[in-house]
Design a protein around this ligand. Structure first.
Ligand SMILES: [Fe+2]
Length: 208
């Protein structure tokens, strides 16, 4: 029942978006098609991925996951959480992340909850996490690509469970989840935004 309801909702959403696309264009007085920007919504929804076996709830509320015991390459993960209209930033959305160490290990037991955190978006929908780039671990006899797990929830929105991957990772094409078409907008470049060599990944999240 739940699955069929979800399918129905998804179909309704697609119909709505199709309608929105068509209504976003109109014939000008000269017969040219012109685009009307107002009320236009694209199909922006961030896609789901597997939760995986290593999720732990009650991660510490923090957005700096780095401590002096850790080794690895620092990176800032940041973005804005938007609602289902693809344009309204959501305040107080809960963003949880977890990932493995640079040696491919999850902290599944310690009180430190290493490489795990939850944080809330500000009044502009903005979130950020300072953390270390994850390594890779084996799934059977092949490595999963480096990834960061996300779990995002906000008032009146469906919860999102997803993963972020990194552009150029050679293990993406052999990974059952990262190679899916639905993951392509979650394979993101690591960029140099500032003048000081800091690494940044921008991941805007669109809930449904
Ligand atoms: Fe994982």
């Amino acid at each position: 029942m739940v699955a069929s309801r979800k399918l129905l909702l998804a179909m309704n959403r697609k119909d709505f978006l199709r309608t929105s696309v068509f209504s976003a264009f109109a014939l000008s007085t000269f017969g040219f098609i012109v685009k009307k920007e107002e009320n236009f919504s694209g199909d922006c929804e961030t896609t789901n991925d597997i939760l995986g076996p290593f999720y732990r709830d009650n991660a510490p509320v923090r957005n700096n996951l780095i401590n002096k015991d850790m080794e690895g390459q620092e990176v800032l993960i940041k973005g804005i959480v938007y609602g289902s209209d693809c344009s309204t930033p959501l305040k107080d959305a809960k963003v949880e992340i977890w990932h493995c160490s640079n040696k491919g290990e999850y902290d599944n037991t310690s009180d430190k909850y290493q490489h795990r955190a939850q944080w809330y978006t500000d009044e502009n929908g903005f979130y950020s996490f300072k953390t270390l780039l994850p390594g890779k671990y084996l799934n059977g006899n092949q490595f999963r690509p480096a990834h960061i797990h996300f779990r995002v929830s906000a008032k009146n929105q469906d919860e999102l469970i997803s993963q972020l991957y990194f552009k150029g990772d050679p293990h993406i094409t052999s990974d059952p989840w990262a190679k899916k078409k639905s993951a392509e907008n979650r394979i993101l470049p690591i960029v140099l935004e500032d003048s000081m060599g800091n690494l940044v990944v921008n991941f805007n999240i669109y809930l449904s």
